[in-house]
Design a protein around this ligand. Structure first.
Ligand SMILES: [Zn+2]
Length: 182
């Protein structure tokens, strides 16, 4: 196997060798989202909050807690940086949703899961929902997975169309604990 040997970074270099833990920003630092700068109020580990939802998240994913958003954004998982952004008023369902992205995002969907996604897109209509309607799952496979695991109204719609059992079966592999053998 080919391997890059970069164990001695040049002095002043900001590229850490991959084996090293990544550097987190700290409380008081600012982070730019879109065109807006946000102050980081506190930093926690996605791993710790993930446990509350039964999610196993690697320990190199930080949550940056930002001041309450004035806009509609409720939280985010940023795959390019592998970070989670929450506001001090982020609700639990959103927390669960974004942390689910931190688990599923870097795993490949199976052909069975992709086929199920096509079936779901064809089957779910406005009539599948009761009350609040959400087509966020249509955006991409990641939103499908996260909403199917966390969004009450969509879970209800999947059940109504007889697709929830299939969803649970086809996504189970994404959420098995990689640290356990069985
Ligand atoms: Zn999402």
């Amino acid at each position: 196997m080919k391997r890059n040997i970069r164990n001695t970074p040049e002095p002043g270099s900001h590229t850490e060798p991959r084996e090293n833990p990544k550097m987190f920003l700290e409380a008081g630092d600012t982070i730019t989202i879109g065109s807006r700068k946000h102050r980081i109020e506190r930093v926690s580990l996605a791993k710790d909050l993930g446990e509350k939802f039964g999610l196993v998240i690697p320990d190199d994913v930080p949550i940056y807690w930002l001041q309450r958003a004035g806009e509609r954004r409720k939280g985010a998982y940023v795959p390019e940086q592998n970070i989670v952004l929450f506001f001090d008023n982020t609700d639990e369902e959103t927390q669960h949703h974004e942390l689910t992205h931190a688990v599923e995002y870097h795993q490949k969907p199976t052909s069975e899961l992709l086929a199920l996604y096509e079936r779901v897109k064809a089957a779910i209509t406005e009539d599948s929902f009761e009350g609040f309607v959400s087509f966020n799952f249509m955006k991409n496979i990641h939103e499908f997975i996260a909403d199917g695991r966390t969004k009450g109204v969509f879970i209800h719609a999947l059940k109504k169309e007889g697709l929830h059992d299939d969803f649970v079966r086809e996504t189970a592999y994404l959420f098995t604990d990689p640290t356990k053998d069985s």
